[in-house]
Every structure is written in structure tokens, then in C-alpha cells.
Design a protein around this ligand. Structure first.
Ligand code: PGA
Length: 324
């Protein structure tokens, strides 16, 4: 039996049961603060309570029995429409999204091309937030062809995708420039979907973690806070290729990213920050990926152009609940 998020969240965020872990209200099973004797007994009783509500496999390990997800406790799924669509196709996509049934406990965001942002913002259900695919590095002005953070806010965007591999490797943006963009967007109140990921040759050379750490460090050096950042791990070899990372490959890097945050930023940020996976995610593979403990959602390209399939990916959060 799957449990509804509301009841699960209330189990986990209630003032008595989890006062020692107030920010955790979702599904990821991890909370180092719970290792004290007092909290272990609280944890055990919470686990017993949850066990009667959740379908837990017999192999579930009591030592990791706290069912808690990072940050806001919400799965996060973003659709990156890239440089695709026409007024006609985008109107159809918006209409499909408006009629889709989406699980309530997921932050859902779409990133249309700049020229359609306003159209989408004005016709899309408020259930789904709008992201931009890029933003200028500072205040707007004489920067031909650029779009400023102020303008994005003006049309109601809440997020911006920065550091996407197509901007790094096709357009040539470097770590420092991307870090500055992130800092500026955050300072103006936009959330940042901060993308990192290795090229195929870097993976084959055993440099996956080094590349991700270097890209993370550039963000960490530039931003004053991680409160409004979602990290998207997107191996470049998996983007648009149909070659999705296996759930184990993705989980391995997500754990490494979380450890890096723990060692280089703080344990709290490591626990709270959502780390989402991107690269050939589709309606057929999202549930298996979602079951991985450290995968807190997805950034979806091609499959986000199809409303019903995107809804399936959003709703893969249910696989996470059952897996928990
Ligand atoms: P894809 O793109 O899902 O088409 O592989 C993902 C992305 O670029 O964010």
C-alpha cells in the first residue's frame, strides 16, 4: 500500500516526533542527526509507526529506517524544452500539462524557450512553475541578445537552469561565468537548477567525480547560500542520446555529490539540497531511477515535450514512496 504524501509528511514533520530534525518531511532515508541514543529510540518508534503505513520490504535495514527526504521534502521534476517548439506545438503541450494529473508532493517546473515564456506563463496551470533556460550574468543593460534576471522575474519565472552541458560545451560557458550567473540569479530571488556532469571521455578516463567536484566547487565559490539551489547531475553522454545512466551509476554520483557538499559546504546543506538526475529520462525508466535513495527528481529534455510522458515522470515519485 502506498502512503499519501500528506500523511507521510505529517508523520515526519510533526513537532513531537521529529523536533530534532525539523526540515525533513519527505522520503529520503538519511538523517545523521538521529544517531543520538535519545533519537534512536524515537527513530525506532517512528519506524514502527511508518512500517504499518508503508510497504517496506523485509530487507529494509532498520539502521537506515528513517524515511526522510532532503530539503523541502519534495521530489523535483523539471522539463527543459530547449530550443524546441512553435506557438502551435507549445499551446498543445501546455494544454496536455494542464489536464495531466500530477502527484501533489512534487515541485514541477518547465523551461520553455525565452520567446514563449510569457505565453506559457499566462496559459499554464499555476501548479507548474516556470524556469528560464539561461540568464544574463548581471543586471540588464547594453547586452545584445541577452535576457536579464529582472526580466525573467517580471514575467513570473521562478527558476533558471545554469551550467547545462549544452551551454558549457556548445556555447563555451566556463565554470566561473556560470558561478557568477548563479550568484546573481540567487541574489535576485530566482531559484537555480545548477547542472554538472562529465563527458564520455572523462568518464572513461575515470574522472567523473573530479569533473563533478570541480563544477560544484565553482558554484560553491560563487554562491552565498544553497537554500534555493537544486543540483542536476547530467552525464553529458546520457543527454539526448537515449543512453540513460543505470540507476546504480546515477546513485553512485549522487552520493558522491552529497558527500562533497558535506565535506566542503556543510552537513546541513548536504542533507537539504535536492540532487536530481538528467540524461535520457523517460516514462519507462524514471520509476527505477526514482527508487534510488539519493535521486530527488529529474531534469528532463526530450520526454518533457510530451505532456502525458512528462506527467508519468513526475508521478514516478510514487515508486520512491513504495521503495522507501
Ligand atoms: P534529455 O535531456 O532528457 O533529452 O536527455 C536532458 C537535459 O538536457 O536536461
Amino acid at each position: 500500500m502506498a502512503v499519501t504524501s500528506t500523511s507521510l509528511a505529517s508523520q515526519l514533520s510533526g513537532p513531537t516526533s521529529l523536533s530534532y530534525c525539523p526540515n525533513f518531511s519527505g522520503l529520503r532515508r538519511s538523517c545523521s542527526k538521529l544517531e543520538t541514543p535519545h533519537s534512536i529510540s524515537a527513530t525506532q518508534s517512528l519506524f514502527q509507526h511508518l512500517h504499518s503505513h508503508l510497504r517496506l520490504s523485509s530487507s529494509a535495514k532498520p539502521s537506515r529506517a528513517v524515511v526522510a527526504m532532503v530539503g523541502t521534502g519534495k521530489f523535483f521534476v523539471g522539463g527543459n524544452w530547449k530550443c524546441n517548439g512553435t506557438k502551435e506545438s507549445i499551446t498543445k503541450l501546455v494544454s496536455d500539462l494542464n489536464s495531466a494529473k500530477l502527484e501533489s508532493d512534487v515541485d514541477v517546473v518547465v523551461a520553455p524557450p525565452f520567446v514563449y515564456l510569457d505565453l506559457v506563463k499566462n496559459s499554464l496551470t499555476h501548479r507548474i512553475d516556470i524556469s528560464s533556460q539561461n540568464s544574463w550574468v548581471g543586471k540588464g543593460g547594453a547586452f545584445t541578445g541577452e535576457i536579464s534576471v529582472e526580466q525573467l522575474k517580471d514575467i513570473g519565472a521562478k527558476w533558471v537552469i545554469l551550467g547545462h552541458s549544452e551551454r558549457r560545451h556548445v556555447i563555451g560557458e566556463d565554470d566561473q561565468f556560470i558561478g557568477k550567473k548563479a550568484a546573481y540569479a540567487l541574489s535576485e530571488g530566482l531559484g537555480v537548477i545548477a547542472c554538472i556532469g562529465e563527458l564520455l571521455e572523462e568518464r572513461e578516463a575515470g574522472k567523473t567525480f573530479d569533473v563533478c567536484y570541480k563544477q560544484l566547487k565553482a558554484f560553491a565559490d560563487a554562491v552565498p547560500s544553497w537554500d534555493n539551489i537544486v543540483i542536476a547531475y547530467e552525464p553529458v553522454w546520457a543527454i539526448g542520446t537515449g543512453k540513460v545512466a543505470t540507476p546504480q551509476q546515477a546513485q553512485e554520483v549522487h552520493v558522491a555529490v552529497r558527500d562533497w557538499l558535506k565535506n566542503n559546504v556543510s552537513a546541513e546543506v548536504a542533507s537539504k539540497t535536492r540532487i536530481i538526475y538528467g540524461g535520457s529520462v523517460n516514462g519507462g525508466n524514471s520509476a527505477e531511477l526514482a527508487k534510488q535513495e539519493d535521486i530527488d527528481g529529474f531534469l528532463v529534455g526530450g520526454a518533457s515535450l510530451k505532456g502525458p510522458e512528462f506527467a508519468t515522470i513526475v508521478n514516478s515519485v510514487t515508486a520512491k514512496k513504495v521503495a522507501a
